[in-house]
Design a protein around this ligand. Structure first.
Ligand code: V47
Ligand code: SF4
Length: 383
């Protein structure tokens, strides 16, 4: 740490950036204004140095991944998010791009992993007007019958808000009901950008910021941890990103129920925002590094490799990221339809271990709640 302080002192930095950096190194919380200052004005290499310092102080070279697969029951959705390349309206059901799995098809997707040591199923999809909370609770119950030990991470706050509203349940009632049927945690989707003006422009008709935050707070209260995402690189400004993270940091102070923060790079393929240019890799690195620096009460920062790509994922392991999600096994369509490089996202455990090792890090297979499952050892990493 002394070395890094010396490095900063000798770096001829703007005095404000130096003072904020010293706060970060001394583990003092930085304010929104301070976060914004370094986000806007510090060099990428400087943000990377700070983010990597925090990451290595917490986890050394350890880099987490899990063995998981997704089930996307449908892409039919009542909402109309402008960035979404995936959803189809109900009236378009005959559209060859629309799908609706029946219950048996869903269970077959689980049975496919009989004898394969996956530990998590991530269930997420469009908001189908005919698939209600009872339907999904029953599905979770049956998945647990097929695979009792699997962790069910399911339903974004957007899906949950709609399910609860349709069932006339409070968020607490709905979440408790799903938990009783076997749901273990919530993924972080649907957060997008919390700023109400931006939200109005990109996803006006789905759950509000206040509802997203209330659903996650309630989930934590009833004993279901969750993740949080942030959709960046479209019409938002750095102010909106800091504001987004600040609202999450405040909620995390209250509940400590978030496991992971996942910045999601906006991909511009086949959606109503296709005219917007995608962020540069430099901006991706800056955004991830800033999230590691700002979110002092989040343990983990995840790069979701099917979305950001494998090469950038490797780079991000030096910019604050300590987790790269899972094997996925070609079970999600959200990003391939939005133009992500990997049209059939799947990595074997060996490939994930190799990717992490090539970046000079030490791969650890984890469960959803970051319990260590297998240590792949320093001898397999370049570090
Ligand atoms: O909320 C949709 C995003 C999210 C696009 O919790 C897009 O472990 C970029 O939240 N470009 C859903 N992003 C996926 C999600 C997620 C994924 C992986 C892991 C976890 C977790 C959560 O996908 C949506 C939205 O923000 N999204 N379209 C697009 N064109
Ligand atoms: Fe529906 Fe989710 Fe797509 Fe929005 S992002 S249109 S809620 S599937």
């Amino acid at each position: 740490m002394k070395d890094l302080n010396d490095l900063l002192a000798g770096a001829n930095l703007d005095s404000e950036i130096l003072a904020i950096s010293n706060k970060v190194l001394n583990k003092e919380r930085i304010t929104d204004a301070e976060g914004l200052k370094i986000f806007k004005d510090a060099e990428l290499s400087h943000l990377g140095l700070l983010a990597n310092h925090i990451r290595e102080e917490r986890f050394g070279h350890h880099t987490f991944f899990n063995r998981n697969f997704h089930i996307e029951p449908t892409n039919i959705c009542v909402f109309d998010c402008k960035f979404c390349s995936y959803s189809r309206l109900l009236r378009e059901k005959d559209d060859s791009a629309a799908w609706e799995l029946n219950e048996e098809e869903i269970y077959d997707k689980v049975r496919k992993y009989d004898g394969i040591p996956v530990t998590e199923v991530h269930i997420v999809g469009g908001v189908h007007p005919k698939m209600g909370i009872e339907y999904f609770a029953n599905i979770i119950k049956n998945i647990k019958k097929i695979r009792p030990e699997i962790h069910v991470k399911a339903f974004t706050a957007v899906e949950l808000e709609y399910m609860c509203r349709k069932a006339k349940m409070s968020f607490k009632e709905g979440l408790t009901y799903l938990k009783e049927h076997g749901q273990d945690s919530l993924p972080g989707g649907g957060a997008e950008i919390f700023d109400e003006d931006i939200r109005k422009q990109i996803c006006d008709d789905k759950c509000s910021t206040a509802q997203w935050l209330e659903i996650h707070e309630t989930a934590h209260e009833v004993g279901m941890p969750s993740n949080a995402t942030m959709l960046y690189g479209h019409i938002e400004s750095p102010e909106h990103l800091i504001d987004h993270m600040s609202r999450l940091r405040t909620l995390q102070d209250k509940t400590n129920g978030f496991n992971t923060f996942i910045p999601l790079k906006f991909r511009n393929g086949n959606n109503q925002m296709s005219h917007i240019k995608e962020s540069s890799v430099i901006d991706d690195l800056r955004t991830y590094a800033m999230s590691r620096i700002f979110l002092d009460n989040f343990n983990h920062i995840k790069a979701y490799w099917p979305m950001i790509g494998k090469e950038t994922t490797k780079m991000l392991l030096n910019y604050g990221v300590d987790d790269i999600d899972g094997t996925i096994d070609d079970s999600t369509k959200i990003y391939s339809l939005a133009g992500a490089e990997d049209q059939n996202p799947a990595m074997s455990t060996e490939e994930i271990v190799k990717l992490i090792s090539q970046a000079g890090r030490h791969p650890i297979e984890r469960g959803t709640l970051y319990e260590a499952i297998k240590d792949y050892g320093v001898e397999e990493s370049v570090a």
